[in-house]
Design a protein around this ligand. Structure first.
Ligand SMILES: C[S@@+](CC[C@H](N)C(=O)[O-])C[C@H]1O[C@@H](n2cnc3c(N)ncnc32)[C@H](O)[C@@H]1O
Length: 264
């Protein structure tokens, strides 16, 4: 199948300037910058195969995410989606939606899926800012670009395990609901750290292996079968410390955890 390369304009042009190896003819024909090409997704685990289906993106934002994530976050005690979005904006030092003046920051949303978190991040960024959502799944991105977004938002089809951006070009990096799906989460975390500027902030929402040994082992086994990694609390915090993050924040929920910090 051949694709038509469409010259990028506006937000895509701004994103191309952030790329380490900009393609000679960037393909934006699907509404996002496609850096993987046909069939270019990383080898999928069972969980990733579901993400690449045409069905899941249709129900992801209204059903799958609120039900699945809220249960894993300990609903009704855990934070709901609105609180989660506010936490992301706060930990990343973005503005609040109601602020009259918001910072013109450059933000990366890794594993953006249908753009739900990307749009929430954009609500905290000023008109001179840029919010880039990156995902490997063409079906998820098709859903993302169908939603109205401000001119500060653009999407890239790329691999979180091999981020296509230059070093230190982002003020903030967010990765919600993605780390546990990556083939090598620590390499992905290295990549997020590489593209973050010194003093920039990172926020992660990922899985949490419960401390109770039996439950912990059960969730680990289920994870291994489906391709979803379960992380211990200290594992994530230690990984951030080892990569030079300071002011580390960590919030434990029954089966999920938020972690974040400031680089250097
Ligand atoms: C559960 S969704 C998360 C969407 C959104 N960030 C959220 O919090 O609701 C996970 C996304 O990770 C993407 N993904 C998985 N592995 C990836 C990889 N190696 N590179 C880029 N995206 C990946 C999937 O395509 C899917 O859209």
């Amino acid at each position: 199948m051949s694709t038509t390369a469409v010259q990028p304009h506006g937000v895509h042009e701004r994103i191309v300037k952030l790329l380490a190896s900009p393609p000679a003819e960037p393909d934006a024909s699907a509404g996002y910058l496609d850096l993987l090409g046909p069939g270019g997704e990383p080898a999928p685990t069972p969980a990733q195969r579901v993400m690449q289906s045409t069905f899941l993106p249709q129900i992801y934002e209204r059903l799958w995410r609120p039900i699945g994530f809220n249960l894993a976050k300990g609903w009704p005690a855990g934070p709901d989606t609105a609180e989660e979005n506010a936490l992301a904006r706060s930990w990343l030092a973005l503005g609040r939606p109601a602020d009259p003046r918001k910072p013109d920051m450059t933000v990366l949303d890794v594993a953006c899926g249908p753009g739900n978190v990307t749009r929430a991040l954009a609500e905290g960024v000023g008109p001179g800012g840029l919010v880039v959502g990156l995902d490997a799944s063409a079906t998820m991105l098709a859903r993302a670009v169908a939603e109205p977004v401000p001119g500060t938002v653009g999407y890239v089809r790329g691999n979180a395990g091999d981020l296509p951006f230059r070093d230190g070009v982002f003020d903030a990096v967010c990765c919600f609901g993605g780390l546990y799906l990556f083939k090598d989460p620590w390499a992905a975390l290295d990549g997020m750290t590489r593209v973050l500027r010194p003093g920039g902030r990172l926020a992660i929402l990922t899985s949490r292996r419960p401390a109770a040994p039996l439950v912990g082992r059960g969730s680990e086994l289920a994870g291994r079968i489906t391709g979803v990694a379960m992380f211990g609390d200290k594992e994530i915090v230690r990984a951030l410390e080892e990569r030079g993050y300071r002011q580390i924040r960590h919030r434990r929920l029954p089966l999920m955890q938020f972690a974040g910090g400031r680089l250097g």
